[in-house]
Design a protein around this ligand. Sequence first.
Ligand SMILES: [Ca+2]
Length: 294
Amino acid sequence: MKRLVQLLAMAIIGSLILTSCGEDTLTPSEPTTDNPPSVVSFSVDGQASNGSGNHAPGDNVEFEITFGDDIELQSYEIRESAGTDLLDSGTASGTNWLVSYTHPVRRTAANGFSNLITFIGTDTQGQQVSESYTINVVDTVYEYSISLGGDQNAGTGSFYAAISETGTVYFVADARDNQESVDLIYFYGATQMATLAAPSDTLVDDFSAYDLDSWTTRNATELHASTVDFDAIDNSVAIQDAFDASLSQTRVNMLDVDSVVAFRTVAGVYGLIRVTEVNAGQAGDITFDVKVQP
Ligand SMILES: [Ca+2]
């Protein structure tokens, strides 16, 4: 009886092994269906992506994308300019793969420029998934025109505050009351001719009508003549780059039509001026275009 049980057990085990072997040879080595990869998560600067966003020139945009696949991932690519240019690529494996990528927005990118960044995941069967994000460059530059009068010009103020959407011009009394805001003063001198000066400049004291003796705050605005192409400057970083601290002075004289002046206020705001008109004399005036950071 014991012997019979042993034989039966061996027969059962043997049939199981045979059955098992038979199933192995019948099962295909590859699955009959293989799904394309998927995007498991996609974040931009730590937030779930909503497909596009505003970024300033010089910003670093931090992407994190996780690809998933039912069988096996193989590789990833990151492209810009709607897929034209390859930014980065690499191998991936497994069913879950995290790609981290930092994209620097060009410092000179113009306001309104947009760039489509596309992330592509590929599985071992060559099937792909892609996810995109549009970087919209948003940059603020204030552009306006200003007229300033000489010290004997009763109709046009001589004091200029640069930082606002339109700039501000003050006459003597208002300038005294807002001296912390005054960035530049215009005067027309016998030898200096048409001149823009920082309130801290010593030559403005020659113009007693300006009453600078009574001021307690005289901003040390830095400025210098510049050769940059004023029309080509369309970005706040480019305005900053136009300023050269090694050239900075307290005044720029001999101003004439098309003279360009770069300046930096005591608040660290950068601006550019291009003269469009000069009417000579202490009762005359100067008119200029401004591009300034907010
Ligand atoms: Ca797959």
